[in-house]
Design a protein around this ligand. Sequence first.
Ligand SMILES: NC(=O)C1=CN([C@@H]2O[C@H](COP(=O)(O)OP(=O)(O)OC[C@H]3O[C@@H](n4cnc5c(N)ncnc54)[C@H](OP(=O)(O)O)[C@@H]3O)[C@@H](O)[C@H]2O)C=CC1
Ligand SMILES: Nc1nc(=O)c2c([nH]1)NC[C@@H]1CN(c3ccc(C(=O)N[C@@H](CCC(=O)O)C(=O)O)cc3)C=[N+]21
Ligand SMILES: [Mg+2]
Length: 290
Amino acid sequence: MMSYRIIDGKAIAQQVRDELKDEVARLKKQGIVPGLTVILVGNHPASESYVRGKMRASEEVGIRSDLIRMNEDISPQELLAEVRKLNDDPSVHGILVQLPLPRHIDANQVIATISPEKDVDGFTPVNVGNLVIGQDAFYPCTPYGIMELLKRIGISVEGKHAVVIGRSNIVGKPMSILLQRANATVTMCHSRTIDLPSYTKQADILIAAVGRAELITSEYVKPGAVVIDVGINRREDGKLVGDVLFAEVAPHCSAITPVPGGVGPMTIAMLLKNTVKSAKMHHRSASSNG
Ligand SMILES: NC(=O)C1=CN([C@@H]2O[C@H](COP(=O)(O)OP(=O)(O)OC[C@H]3O[C@@H](n4cnc5c(N)ncnc54)[C@H](OP(=O)(O)O)[C@@H]3O)[C@@H](O)[C@H]2O)C=CC1
Ligand SMILES: Nc1nc(=O)c2c([nH]1)NC[C@@H]1CN(c3ccc(C(=O)N[C@@H](CCC(=O)O)C(=O)O)cc3)C=[N+]21
Ligand SMILES: [Mg+2]
């Protein structure tokens, strides 16, 4: 038992949004209105709720946001045509296709069709490649938000052992790359890892991006570790919980993110940051091209 800090992602995301609000106001004086378009296929309740959160946050900072709804049974060709149309629309700086997509649509093909310059999720092959080789890119919002959280509360990852559980393209994999770029020593764990706690117990910084409610108990955590809980799970009793059994684990940590109010709000804040960055880049290239 030690004293621990609950990392207030909600408050830090608000800080980021306040900064963006000022920046957007300055851009508007130059005639630039950042624009984000979200494509939502179908009407899965969780996706509906995330998309609402993104639109609300955009409006708050002054980003114009549009939602394109498409039917669950739309053809891949129709969706690709919509993406291409947005690629060609100069008033659109960010394109986000909400995942998951229906099974009959190849998500990788859709993502690869998004112009890398408008890929504010950081999911296209060009942005993933630039992330890996250490170039500037749009970084995936969840890992980017986690790095920003750590930075803003003064936790350095340099030289530390970071253990990431989960290797998805949207969270675990890019998380491991950003941590390496910040000079952490990184271990990746996943569903085939034999004896998961033997690895996680060695983590100075533990990132759980699994999608299993309260999997991580105190036996998985080294005393004094920093624990970042990415998971968003609906428990059987209807409660929203993370991948970490918070009440048990928190007293063993030096710092821990709660669910809700931890990583989730930062994900959205970084989406807005990427959209503003895109608007600035488009403006610059538009003016330099005459
Ligand atoms: N807060 C936020 O902003 C966000 C939250 N999320 C949430 O984060 C969680 C993860 O999301 P996402 O990465 O998309 O999920 P995926 O389902 O795509 O990936 C889950 C990963 O966890 C691994 N895994 C599954 N079970 C175990 C286990 N028992 N032990 C160890 N590893 C395991 C899988 O391994 P394998 O590769 O072998 O299958 C996989 O790599 C979800 O709860 C999601 O809702 C997601 C995005 C943003
Ligand atoms: N193209 C694409 N980009 C994404 O970034 C993307 C996606 N698809 N599909 C789904 C996942 C999930 N995701 C979340 C974002 C915010 C919260 C969030 O704000 N959560 C709140 C609580 C939300 C609630 O109460 O349900 C919190 O943790 O405090 C959660 C999850 C983005 N994703
Ligand atoms: Mg997935």
